[in-house]
Design a protein around this ligand. Structure first.
Ligand code: FAD
Ligand code: MLT
Ligand code: ZN
Length: 474
């Protein structure tokens, strides 16, 4: 017999929008398995509300029966934050049916969208209206703005436009009690008390369910150029970043670094992408220059920058994309590292931030420590150097099975890397969040007073611990 709770959820959202294991023809793995295939949970049900009132009613039903809720968008998260645990008692609240663009206000430079809107569709809606929505990341074809806000996603344009948090002006949220907070203001100034919007952003579904957001729009640049530069060291990459800030000012919209081994994985698994320049350079940098004047102006500025960098010795070779399709090709290589790394096998992923000035010393010292600790280990290093954010990833030695490698090394590799991050005044999560994967580590590296305040906030807003339990705070 169908559980009364499931009957109630079906009354709220419709039969077709409450999926359970009772129907053998329904495969719930897309909602139960995380993107990196680290965890496979088991949901009581996958519930797909179609509007905010339905979300509120679902949460009220869950609160009345103490049923835990795991909010989920595109399920592209990398820290096991959006899939259910193995108990079979949690519902996945999939937001993807709530995907409408509700409004665009050109004079206020804002767009209001529902949480399940796929990022690429949001970018396209902004573009169609003649504006830019600058958030951009490799998963943009499937991640949702609700997930981006939930994780305070970063991506490749942060150096100019900031994280998702900086792009958000207002939120509509369903609380753990099933109440609706109507906070969709498009205000750039509002000092009427605590900043609840910024509390919700980055809370990874543990404080409330984001159902809609009002976001900032920007003018589209007149020209956008991309360059690929080979650099002899991480120190040289940092020097190039300084030059780029100086010479391009706010025109610098992207600055990504990629290690040789990371690029060799793209070459190995996606040879059709044709990685440019010498494979011998230890690092390459992808730079983007967005210009409000013209392509000619952008190109002249870019070429002058690269000439100065060649002269200073911080670049050994460089190429500026001739057209949009070449530029997209270069970005495609950069965005394929994550997939190439996944093809290579299970790995230990780190998403760390360090003050930019200290990154070269961090990498040199930590590489040496790791090589001593796990001989043969292969470093898949890349990331958003412009933001001081490195994906300092550790791949099994050649020929070693990923699962075995993780089993034997994950704990001590994490400890080694995170201790180094702490030593260099960094953060153990720059953009992916804490999720479940780093929940045990947070108390070791977060300021204890900050952690106590976080626990107090969680208790006040979600006293039953129904919203994404076990994530962020254990
Ligand atoms: P999900 O994975 O579904 O959920 C992520 C978290 O948000 C979970 O804790 C979930 O409970 C919560 N959540 C989801 N929706 C809501 C909601 N409506 N209300 C409240 N909480 C919610 N991340 C970056 O920051 N920068 C990158 O450059 C980047 N590149 C990536 C490239 C690839 C190829 C992949 C696979 C991932 C990448 N990511 C990156 C990670 C991921 O895409 C982001 O974390 C993204 O923001 C997750 O969005 P999602 O809709 O898939 O969320
Ligand atoms: C990226 O910058 O490509 C993402 O954050 C994904 C990753 O870390 O693999
Ligand atoms: Zn990233």
């Amino acid at each position: 017999m169908t559980q009364p709770m499931i009957v109630q959820l079906r009354q709220i959202c419709g039969n077709a929008n409450v999926l359970t294991h009772d129907d053998p023809a329904t495969d719930l793995s897309p909602w139960e398995q995380d993107w990196r295939k680290r965890v496979r949970g088991r949901a009581l049900a996958v519930v797909r509300p179609g509007n905010t009132a339905q979300v509120a009613a679902v949460v009220k039903a869950c609160a009345a029966t103490s049923t835990p809720i795991v909010p989920q968008g595109g399920n592209t998260g990398l820290v096991v934050g959006g899939v259910p645990d193995s108990s079979g008692q949690q519902i996945v609240l999939s937001m993807t049916r709530m995907n409408a663009v509700r409004a665009i206000d050109p004079a206020n430079l804002t767009i209001t969208v529902e949480a399940g809107c796929v990022l690429q569709n949001l970018q396209a809606a902004a573009d169609k209206a003649g504006f830019l929505f600058p958030l951009s990341l490799g998963a943009e074809g499937s991640c949702t703005i609700g997930g981006n806000l939930g994780t305070n996603a970063g991506g490749t344009q942060v150096v100019r436009y900031g994280n998702t948090r900086e792009l958000c002006l207002g939120l509509e949220v369903v609380t753990a009690q099933g109440e609706i907070w109507h906070g969709l203001s498009g205000l750039r100034k509002d000092n009427t008390g605590y900043d609840l919007r910024n509390l919700m952003i980055g809370s990874e579904g543990t404080l409330g369910i984001i159902t809609a957001a009002t976001l900032k729009l920007y003018p589209q640049p007149a020209a956008q150029l991309t360059a690929w530069a080979a650099v002899p060291s991480m120190q040289a990459a940092v020097q190039l970043l300084g030059l780029a800030h100086q010479r391009l000012g706010p025109g610098l919209t992207g600055f990504e670094v990629m290690g040789q081994f990371a690029l060799s994985l793209v070459d190995k698994h996606y040879p059709q992408l044709r990685v440019p320049l010498s494979q011998e350079s230890p690092w390459c940098v992808l730079l983007e220059n967005s210009d409000s004047e013209s392509e000619t102006h952008a190109r002249a500025q870019f070429e002058a920058l690269l000439e100065a960098a060649l002269e200073a010795g911080c670049v050994t070779d460089a190429v500026v994309a001739e057209n949009l399709s070449q530029a997209q090709g270069l970005w495609h290589i950069r965005e394929s590292i994550t997939l190439a790394q996944a093809q290579e096998g299970l790995n230990i992923k780190h998403d760390i931030s360090i003050p930019v000035s200290r990154i070269p010393a961090f990498v040199a010292e930590t590489d040496a420590l790791l090589a001593r600790e796990v001989p043969g280990v292969r470093m898949v290093d890349f990331g958003h150097l412009g933001d001081g954010n490195l994906h300092y990833n550790v791949q099994a030695p050649e020929g070693v099975d990923g699962q075995t490698f993780l089993h034997e090394n994950e704990e001590r590799v994490n400890t080694l890397v995170f201790d180094q991050v702490a030593k260099f005044d960094g953060s153990i999560s720059a953009e992916h969040g804490v999720g479940e994967l780093k929940v045990g580590k947070l108390p070791l590296y977060k300021d204890p007073t900050a952690l106590a305040m976080m626990r107090a906030v969680k208790k006040a807003l979600d006293p039953q611990n129904l919203l994404n339990p076990g994530r962020v705070l254990g």
